[in-house]
Design a protein around this ligand. Structure first.
Ligand code: GLN
Ligand code: ZN
Length: 770
């Protein structure tokens, strides 16, 4: 007998119910009680869906109103001191303040910072820990939710973020402090929670320790040993340590030696770790086999998975659990909602509910049993085989021939940077410290309405096109009035920087309801990349050509880069990701070439997701960066020396990818810098980056209008660091989330500050000459 188990469910609701109620509560249209009631409904619906599908081990406390790392901070009573005056008991207001910031005594209190959860596009709130942090049991959520499920007659396995990963994901509040120093005070709180859960009747608790699949320092390894030496001794409760997003690698002995009752491993990312684990799994303990992909949307190959598990099942019997590789929060709920998808494609897809079915079938298939069971299993296997062979057309010979024909020359610009820079200076007369923006302008309610009207048929295609043209003309005028040097069209036609292109490229399908949580109440709908990619027709040339016809200033073309399109899609898993990325790169290359032919002399290819694709293990990074940067160059290298290629990345953590930034061989890169005081410039110079940089001079995530004096200081610093020929002036990121009333004064101040620094530089030059 093998048991079926789940690691976590999506939280947002199949119709985005959670977002609706939480945002309405923020706006004062719904009460806290409404939010809590909706949350209860979501939890019970998920528990029931799992029970109905025959899942034996069902998680609880996997639900979160905003983020599970924030929940862990509340549980452990580790709220930053600036929230000190807030409620002792974590109520919904406190919780909201932590996530979104608040005001206290007339001053703003900043929320917790946010960053990517491992290599996913989910963002967690970063715990802030320091020598003064005093962990204490601060919340009863795990116990309360366990009891809530019990009342529905569903016994669950509470999930907690484990102590060591929690500490490793936190950031120190004072330099030099190691968050692991808090282990001795955090562990007793975990013990208290385990005791409470045990008293409430929990048999198992799942402790997520995804950091076990990363490179660990000796201190971190010691922390794992110390933490679990204490926790594994808890009487009357069994612990499952869960790892995911990669293989254990050299941490396998550490993980199997923790003395806990069960270990969950990701056999989708690393099936090869199974034989070694079978040798080391301790007698009497459980191995939870994560065989159904929790990070992607393809149906499992059930027969192949059974083959992988056969030996493990012979050895472990009912101590083998079948599970998804990780929490299902990273996939949408139900493929059956997608009635608009091509039926053949749909039959190849599995969302959360279908993945639960697969887990249950696999467990049953391994266990054997009465004829009726054997029959349903046989049917499911036959269906799985049929669907996998019922081949949708995924290959295009033309695409294959073209990717195969690419040589190093195709991913190399004609001349080196210095030559290009000269040619561009001649061809594009720009002042020193050119000013520009990152691409999007405010997405107004009118824009959203026009898009909705077009989708519903209330507006004709021509009407919509006229509307977008009007918006483009308006933002061009606005930029001219403000006095910017290089203009953008404003992206009014784009719903999303990846989906917009996915809808227009062959090889992608877009869903109606396939939302996954990106952070808090922000959800995204990743396109499904299911076949060879190509670009049937130009996508942006008409908009850009129109924008350029409105002005004599240069207009910058705006495209999403191949790595970002890959990273923010559910990509096919039947070929290496780099092969898929190369196909996308060629589609983008076609667009770049057409924009150039249409008279666009500056083309920006955004790669905000380049860093997030970085493998978790350091050893795997060089290979990823090699193909990722090659794909960017493949997309951009076909242009003449006089055409200027820009790229954009909206983060400032460049330490791990500096060489890759150089390898992109772009002419200008715009990056986030305002919040990190321009540190990025020093790093780029140290790495020998030769080209121009547009360090973001103001934070687009804040509604505050930056003061001209502050902007002047930042621009002066940047010009001093890199020289006036290598600095561009721009905001941190696109302006789509801002309101026009904020954008216009901010840009005006940016232009004024730039002019002030230009004058200073000019005077200094003259003074030197005199
Ligand atoms: N060009 C895009 C915009 O301005 C870039 C978005 C991003 O970097 N995430 O919106
Ligand atoms: Zn950005």
């Amino acid at each position: 007998m093998a048991a079926s188990s789940n690691m976590g469910m999506p939280r947002i609701g199949p119709a985005r119910e959670l977002k609706r109620v939480v945002e309405a509560y923020w706006d004062g249209r719904r009460t806290a009680a409404d939010v809590l009631a909706e949350a209860r409904t979501r939890r019970s619906a998920s528990w029931r869906a799992q029970a109905e599908r025959g899942i034996t081990f069902i998680p609880s406390n996997d639900f979160s109103l905003y983020d599970h790392v924030l929940d862990t901070c509340c549980l452990l009573g580790t709220l930053p001191a600036r929230f000190g005056d807030l409620d002792e008991r974590v109520g919904l207001d406190t919780y909201t303040a932590l996530a979104r910031g608040t005001r206290h005594a007339g001053r703003p209190v900043a929320p917790l910072e946010m960053t990517k959860w491992f290599d996913t596009n989910y963002h967690y709130l970063i715990p802030e820990l320091g020598p003064d942090t005093q962990p204490r049991l601060g919340w009863d959520k795990p116990v309360a939710e366990f009891r809530e499920a019990e009342a529905l007659q569903i016994t669950t396995r509470p999930v907690l973020l484990g102590p060591v990963s929690f500490l490793l994901l936190a950031k120190p509040t004072v330099p030099g402090f190691s968050t692991l120093e808090l282990l001795p005070t955090v562990t007793p709180v975990y013990q208290e929670v385990l005791n409470q859960l045990s008293a409430a009747g929990a048999d198992w608790v799942q402790l997520d320790e995804p950091c076990l699949v990363t490179d660990l320092s000796a201190t971190a390894r010691d922390a794992f040993e110390a933490a679990y030496a204490t926790l594994a001794g808890a009487p009357d409760i069994r612990l499952l340590v869960a790892t995911y997003f990669g293989g254990l690698g050299e941490n396998a002995a550490l993980a199997t030696g923790l003395g806990v009752d069960g270990l969950h491993v990701d056999l989708v990312r690393d099936p090869g770790q199974l034989p070694g684990l079978l040798e080391h799994v301790r007698p009497g303990t459980v191995l939870s086999a994560g065989v159904v992909d929790g990070r992607n949307v393809w149906r499992s190959d059930l027969r192949r998975t059974l083959g992988l598990l056969r030996e493990a099942h012979e050895q472990l019997g009912d101590r083998l659990w079948i599970a998804p590789s990780c929490s299902l929060q990273h996939v949408p709920y139900d493929i059956n909602q997608e009635t608009g998808l091509d039926p053949v494609l749909r039959s190849r897809l599995a969302f959360a509910y279908q993945k639960l079915d697969e887990v249950a079938i696999l467990a049953r298939a391994l266990s054997g049993g009465p004829d009726a069971v054997a029959e349903t299993v046989a049917d499911a296997l036959a269906e799985s085989d049929a669907l996998r062979t019922r081949h949708q057309k995924t290959r295009s010979d033309a695409v294959r021939r073209r990717t195969a024909s690419m040589t190093k020359r195709d991913s190399t610009r004609r001349s080196p940077y210095q030559t290009r820079a000269q040619a561009q200076r001649r061809a594009l007369p720009l002042p020193p410290l050119p000013t520009t923006t990152i691409g999007s302008f405010p997405q107004t309610t009118e824009i959203r309405r026009a898009r909705r009207d077009r989708a519903s048929g209330a507006t004709t295609e021509a009407g919509y096109r006229d509307f977008c043209r009007g918006e483009i003309a308006r933002s061009i005028r606005l930029q001219q009035d403000v006095g910017l040097d290089v203009l953008v069209h404003g992206e009014p036609e784009r719903n999303d920087m990846v989906q917009y292109f996915a809808e227009r490229l062959d090889g992608f399908a877009c869903t109606r309801h396939g939302w996954v949580q990106s952070y808090g109440t922000r959800y995204v709908r990743p396109p499904i990349l299911h076949a060879d990619v190509s670009r049937p027709a130009p996508i942006t040339t008409e908009w850009l050509g129109y924008a350029q016809s409105c002005t004599s200033s240069p207009v910058k073309g705006m495209l999403t880069g191949p790595v970002t399109i890959l990273q923010w899609s559910f990509a096919r898993d039947d070929q290496p990701r780099e092969d898929t990325c190369r196909q996308i790169a060629l589609a983008v290359r076609d667009e770049v070439t057409d924009l150039e032919a249409a008279g666009i002399a500056i083309i920006q290819v955004d790669e905000p997701a380049l860093r997030e694709g970085l493998p978790l293990r350091r050893a795997d990074r060089p290979r990823y960066l090699a193909w990722a940067t090659e794909c960017f160059r493949l997309a951009t290298a076909a242009v003449a020396d006089t055409t200027q290629i820009h790229t954009h990345m909206c983060y400032a953590e460049f330490a791990d990818i500096l060489d890759a930034i150089v390898a992109l061989d772009a002419d200008v890169i715009s990056v986030e810098a305002a919040r990190s005081a321009m540190d990025v410039l020093g790093h780029l110079t140290a790495a020998g980056y030769p080209a121009a940089v547009g360090p973001g001079v103001f934070d687009v995530h804040s509604p505050n209008v930056p003061a001209t004096a502050d902007l002047t200081a930042l621009i002066r610093r940047a010009a001093d660091a890199l020289g006036r020929d290598r600095i561009w002036v721009n905001p941190d990121c696109g302006l789509k989330t801002r309101r026009a009333e904020e954008v216009v004064p901010a840009l005006a101040n940016m232009v004024a500050a730039t002019r002030a620094v230009r004058t200073e530089l000019h005077r200094a030059r003259r003074a030197r000459r005199a």
